[in-house]
Design a protein around this ligand. Structure first.
Ligand code: BG6
Length: 267
């Protein structure tokens, strides 16, 4: 796999061209901010288990004609540019354009760009441009895996009173208090318009989203954890996914010539 490594005064990062997949980010002298399965595949055609899979143009099984989470996470992106903005900040731009293969799966002409800014924060901007002559609809996510000291120590703040779709039961419910993990969790939170915090035993991670009002929270827990590919049976103890999304009712319609940016900043 072709990998881009970034090292500047404030942080380091690793990004695979396949899927524009960021699979490592850490501030200098600090623990990584992204979880990566120690038995992840690094193989053509298989999504890396961990980091930030780019789910596009469909989140989950929203479009039954597409693979789960769309095709972008296993597609080969092109490296457009790497810019040293200053000694603390590096910007990497990766792009994916339509091809005969994507048109067969999804009949629209598009340009997709992931702009990654590596500094004391990790910023990801996923820009979808419609270069077709017909409108298209997308659902998508920056499917970030965050490491936690232990899943029982993790809580998510910022979602209190938010409506959510429980993907396990298809029920529409309302969050009460912090999100904690005592069983499998697979939820699409809606109407999220402010920062979400992942509070762990010894640090708090901030997640700020723009161009999005949905946040997916996922942990497979014991049984599903055993069925997941490319992760150890007990890996569910070590991470939680908090995904910056346009999912469920937060889908986006993009007109010809228009674009949409989904932006996530984590630190
Ligand atoms: C989450 C979904 O976003 O991704 C879960 O809500 C899913 O239902 C998980 O299991 C992992 O998906 P995948 O395709 O990477 O195994």
């Amino acid at each position: 796999m072709v990998i881009i490594e970034v090292n500047n005064n404030s942080a380091s990062a690793k990004i695979a061209l396949q899927g524009a997949h960021i699979f490592h980010y850490a501030r200098k002298g600090e623990k990584p901010l992204l979880w990566l399965s120690d038995i992840s595949d690094f193989q053509d055609g298989k999504a890396i288990r961990g980091g930030v899979p780019v789910c596009w143009p469909s989140f989950g099984m929203n479009n039954p004609n597409l693979p789960q989470h769309g095709f972008a996470r296993t597609a080969l992106f092109e490296h457009q540019s790497t810019k040293e903005i200053d000694a603390n900040t590096t910007e990497v731009i990766l792009t994916l354009s339509y091809s005969q293969e994507t048109l067969t799966l999804w009949p629209y002409k598009f340009e997709l760009e992931l702009k990654v800014t590596v500094s004391d924060k990790l910023t990801m901007e996923l820009i979808t441009k419609n270069i077709d002559d017909k409108v298209f609809k997308i659902t998508q996510a920056l499917h970030t895996y965050f490491p936690v000291s232990h899943i029982s120590d993790a809580k998510i703040k910022g979602l209190n009173n938010k409506p959510y779709l429980d993907a396990l039961t298809s029920e529409q419910l309302t969050q009460s208090g912090d999100v904690i993990f005592e069983e499998e969790v697979d939820r699409v939170y809606q109407e999220v318009n402010s920062e979400v915090l992942l509070v762990d035993r010894d640090r708090t991670i901030h997640i700020q989203n723009e161009g999005s009002s949905s946040v997916v929270v996922w942990n497979p827990w014991i049984e599903k954890g055993k069925r997941m590919s490319a992760m150890r049976d007990d890996a569910y103890n070590d991470f939680v996914c908090i995904e910056s999304a346009n999912a469920f009712e937060d889908f986006r319609l993009i007109e010809p010539g228009e674009s949409h940016t989904l932006k996530a900043t984590i630190y």
